[in-house]
Design a protein around this ligand. Structure first.
Ligand code: PLP
Length: 390
């Protein structure tokens, strides 16, 4: 039998041959690939907000970065709990619980609340962390085509598992397609068929929600109709970490039963300051969310008018369909050489044959830079995509 490392090497070579091998690249050029939709990472007030909090804590840096225990031991502070209360009020639920990443939040939540005898109706485009959470839950999975309401209703109406519950699992703003799930319709269907709704609101957090900017659960007024709403800080809030928002009972249950919460170290205070400072800015500058949506709409309109396929996208994520993985890499490389940090998204992140460029529009992008990007894309891509058409 080949050695394990030889096997790995061969598999990497296979990925290479299929243009599917990944490698880590530092950022270069205009940022069109991070999820800093509101442009907070380079906002002086965000940094100032963190610095002010650091100064308030005194001069000992350990007070900001030390995190010597899990929340259930000495890792918990008043500050963690205050942030959770703020997040719950912001999302419109009665409680919330911090996790060290959005991935952990999804895996932890699903592996705790979904049990082996349950079935989960899950959109085929759901994020890897949702899929892995279901794997850990060892439940029955019913995969439905992306945003297919009929398929969802058919699945909900079909007989559920004896002695088990049914869940509907969805993202709100889809990360690779940039389209939006009709959460109000989902909530109604779940109520009609007695199913539990779980929503990953990660990409919409900070962008949607007319009043508070807390996400699409606010926009569709469904936060209190879902069992749980999950979000990450790693998109518009430009920090690391994530949280689950829901009823007090759900959060108490997670504190007692969720292994991804119980058996891990608490976030250090510095992370909390970063999130607090980002939340302050979402509150203080609602015009940022309006601006990013306007910029994305203009870019999308130009690309579509030029014949490119931006799928069903509506928000700050503008996918541009290419199809072939190798071609998507070549186009991304050309754009990078021209100063645009555009990345190709390839399988297995997207389905086979569905490679695309994923443009992430930010509130602080200059319209002239996006115009120039559109011009270059329209010069490079239509021929490439046509050549690739089936
Ligand atoms: C929809 C969705 N959920 C969860 C996550 C995971 O969040 P985090 O990056 O905080 O682990 C991501 C990030 O890639 C995501 O796109």
């Amino acid at each position: 039998m080949a050695s394990l490392l030889d096997t790995m090497e061969r598999r990497l070579a296979d990925l290479d041959a299929a243009s599917l091998r990944r490698s880590l690249q530092p950022p270069r050029g205009l940022d069109l690939s991070s999820n800093d939709y509101l442009g907070l990472a380079s906002h002086p007030a965000w940094v100032a907000g963190i610095q002010r909090r650091l100064a308030e804590q005194g001069t000992d840096p350990r007070a900001a970065v030390a995190s010597p225990a899990s929340r259930l031991l000495r890792g918990n502070t008043e500050r963690h709990m205050a942030l959770e209360a703020r997040l719950a009020a912001w999302k419109g639920t009665s409680a919330a619980l911090l996790f060290t990443s959005g991935f952990q939040a999804n895996v932890g939540l699903l592996s705790t609340v979904v049990e082996g005898r349950d079935r989960v109706i899950s959109d085929i485009a759901n994020h890897a962390s949702l899929i892995d959470g279901l794997r850990l839950a060892r439940c029955r999975k019913v995969l439905v085509p992306h945003l297919d309401l009929d398929a969802i209703e058919r699945a909900l109406a079909s007989e559920g598992p004896a002695g088990g519950r049914t869940f509907l699992l969805t993202e709100s703003l889809y990360s690779m397609d940039g389209d939006i799930a009709p959460l109000d319709v989902y909530a109604e269907l779940c109520e009609r068929y007695g199913a539990e709704l779980i929503i990953d609101d990660s990409h919409a957090t900070g962008i949607y929600g007319e009043k508070r900017g807390s996400g699409l659960c606010e926009h569709f007024a469904v936060a209190d109709r879902a069992l749980a709403v999950v979000s990450t800080f790693g998109k518009a809030l430009v920090s690391s970490g994530g949280f689950v928002a829901g009823s007090q009972v759900l959060i108490d249950y997670l504190v007692n039963r969720c292994r991804a919460f119980i058996f891990t170290t608490a976030a250090p205070p510095l992370h909390l300051y970063a999130v607090e400072a980002a939340l302050d800015l979402v509150e203080a500058e609602p015009q940022r969310r309006q601006r990013v949506l306007e910029l994305a709409t203009t870019l999308r309109r130009r690309l579509r008018q030029g014949g490119l396929d931006c799928l069903g996208s509506r928000g700050p994520i503008v996918p541009v369909w290419v199809g072939d993985a190798e071609r998507s890499l070549a186009v991304a490389a050309q754009l990078q050489d021209e100063g645009f940090d555009v990345r190709a998204i390839r399988p297995p992140t997207v389905p086979t044959g569905g490679a695309r460029l994923r443009l992430s529009v930010h509130a602080d992008h200059r319209p002239e830079d996006l115009d120039h990007l559109a011009e270059r894309l329209l010069a490079i891509l239509p021929a490439a995509v046509r050549a690739n058409a089936p």
